[in-house]
Design a protein around this ligand. Structure first.
Ligand SMILES: [Zn+2]
Length: 106
């Protein structure tokens, strides 16, 4: 595998935007689970509360799967299969470009 040039700022920007979406999704998932936990402890005997929670969790799992599938290498467009939900792999499995984020310089 040929050694790839590091990602350009534009490609890094794409990667960072995707990570931002994942971070938002993660926050939304945690929020939903917290609301669900509070909801079930207070109103757990109401059937519609349990149904709403099941629907919310199903929607989160679906959205997480879609976001995960949309995560692609900004260089070659290959799907980035990562074992960790939020973090992309360190390197693209197809073209080998390093996906590590450059240190932020402001
Ligand atoms: Zn790639």
């Amino acid at each position: 595998m040929r050694r790839q040039e590091p990602l350009t700022p534009k490609e890094l920007e794409q990667l960072r935007r995707r990570e931002g979406q994942m971070a938002w999704f993660h926050a939304a998932a945690v929020g939903t689970l917290l609301i669900g936990a509070v909801g079930t402890s207070r109103y757990g005997d109401l059937p519609w509360v349990r149904h709403a929670l099941v629907a919310a969790v199903a929607a989160l799992v679906l959205a997480g799967g879609v976001l995960q599938l949309r995560q692609r290498c900004p260089r070659c467009g290959a799907r980035l299969a990562s074992r960790v939900l939020v973090l992309p792999p360190e390197q693209c499995g197809a073209c080998g470009v390093a996906l590590t984020r450059a240190p932020v310089e402001d």
